[in-house]
Design a protein around this ligand. Structure first.
Ligand SMILES: [Zn+2]
Length: 405
């Protein structure tokens, strides 16, 4: 128990996943031993026990593609294979003595509290690296998954890096702490965001939409790279925020700010990076405590607004084919925005139904904190208005001009 090699480690964020800590601990322990020392591993996690024993062949056949700790487990297996003496595996619940377990738990707690992350080496020496999926056992889903992993490794293009830098910068400014790019990538998968917006964020971060520079190298279509309103080179940033001629951008961002200011005091500056990194932004009060409701509302307003501006731009450019008579009016844009926000409110209320959604149900308290203070005729609503019919945000759709009651 008092071995000088006992240590606490903090798992780097890019490797963090359920079960990662135990694998990192084993890798760190193995690194301190010569390869010819017999080794007895006490493994707690049933997933890891299976991965190293009964599931090993199956997982290797499919290149660990379905495994939550793919990189770490592959590394661990390679390191264990490199050892030239007996290695045994036992279950901690059956074999560990109580004092050793307590000591290990205390070290793990110290690891979590550490300020710096440990460097976990996940490179594998050539003879021990088994990579690729066996053709006879792979499915189409697995092959696509592998292709996506390979592409994301090698085709991180310049545009993506620039967008990521903007996201990191914007989040850093608002949170006073800059996240890692892996955190940004996983934040856009957050299930609290509607699927269509997750797709929009992913493509925007990758610069994958066919706008602006995409058309530069396509003869006869170069004009499509220009903004249909002001004729300067188009980009997602320009469409969402900086086109002076865009009525949608002007009306929608003003509406978002107006609704926000019904309850909150100041509307943060919206930059392209703020939109991309929105899911990692945490808003705090003057005492530094997280404003849970405001943080969530901010994400909803920013993402719904940006996504609507994009959808209206596509409708204008593709469906209306540049026909100015068909362009959306200020009233139409404003009403579409209110509709989008009311739909989010409606889905939030529906998703709190724990009978229907079980563990996946939204937390009632969080939904109340998100929307309270912004509702129509709220003084007539009960404090818990979740089950109340017809709850809407306190901004009324406008009537088109020329129509009377
Ligand atoms: Zn423009």
């Amino acid at each position: 128990m008092n071995d000088h090699r006992n240590t606490s480690i903090k798992v780097p964020e890019h490797l963090a996943a359920p079960g990662a800590r135990e694998i990192c601990a084993i890798l760190a322990a193995i690194a301190t031993l010569p390869v010819n020392t017999p080794l007895q591993l006490m493994v707690k996690s049933p997933v890891l026990q299976k991965s190293l024993m009964t599931n090993l062949a199956n997982q290797e056949n499919i290149d660990w593609l379905d495994h939550p700790n793919r990189t770490l487990t592959r590394t661990l297996v390679a390191h264990l294979r490199k050892r030239c003496t007996l290695t045994t595996l036992t279950d901690t619940t059956k074999s560990a003595d109580k004092r050793s377990t307590e000591h290990a738990i205390n070290l793990a707690k110290e690891g979590i509290a550490k300020d710096t992350y440990n460097d976990i080496v996940v490179t594998i020496d050539a003879p021990h690296e088994l990579s690729g999926t066996k053709l006879c056992v792979g499915t189409q889903h697995l092959f696509y998954k592998n292709i996506r992993i390979i592409q994301s490794k090698y085709k991180q293009c310049r545009q993506t890096n620039m967008n990521m830098a903007q996201a990191l910068h914007a989040i850093g400014d608002l949170n006073n702490a800059t996240p890692t790019s892996d955190q940004v990538w996983s934040s856009i998968q957050n299930k609290d965001i509607p699927k269509s917006i997750r797709g929009f964020l992913w493509k925007s971060l990758h610069g994958a939409y066919k706008i602006g520079k995409f058309w530069d190298n396509i003869p006869q279509y170069k004009i499509r790279g220009q903004c249909g309103l002001c004729r300067i080179p188009e980009s997602m940033e320009h469409i969402l925020l900086y086109c002076d001629e865009s009525l949608a951008s002007r009306v929608i961002w003003k509406a978002a700010k107006d609704l926000w200011l019904q309850r909150e005091t100041s509307w943060p500056e919206i930059r392209f990076g703020t939109i991309l990194g929105c899911n990692l932004i945490t808003l705090r009060n003057t005492e530094g405590k997280t404003k849970v409701g405001a943080t969530r509302l901010f994400k909803i307003l920013v993402l719904e607004s940006a996504h609507l501006i994009w959808k209206l731009r596509c409708e204008r450019a593709i469906r209306f084919d540049g026909d100015k008579d068909k362009y959306h009016s200020e009233t139409e844009i404003y009403n579409k925005w209110i509709h989008a926000i009311n739909m989010r409110l409606k889905f939030d209320r529906l998703l709190t139904d724990s009978m229907r959604y079980g563990k996946r149900a939204a937390k009632i308290d969080l939904v109340l904190k998100t929307w309270s203070g912004l509702l129509k005729d709220e003084d007539k609503l009960p404090d818990n208005w979740i089950r109340q019919a017809g709850v809407l945000v306190g901004m009324t759709p406008r009537r088109p001009p020329g129509r009377t009651r």
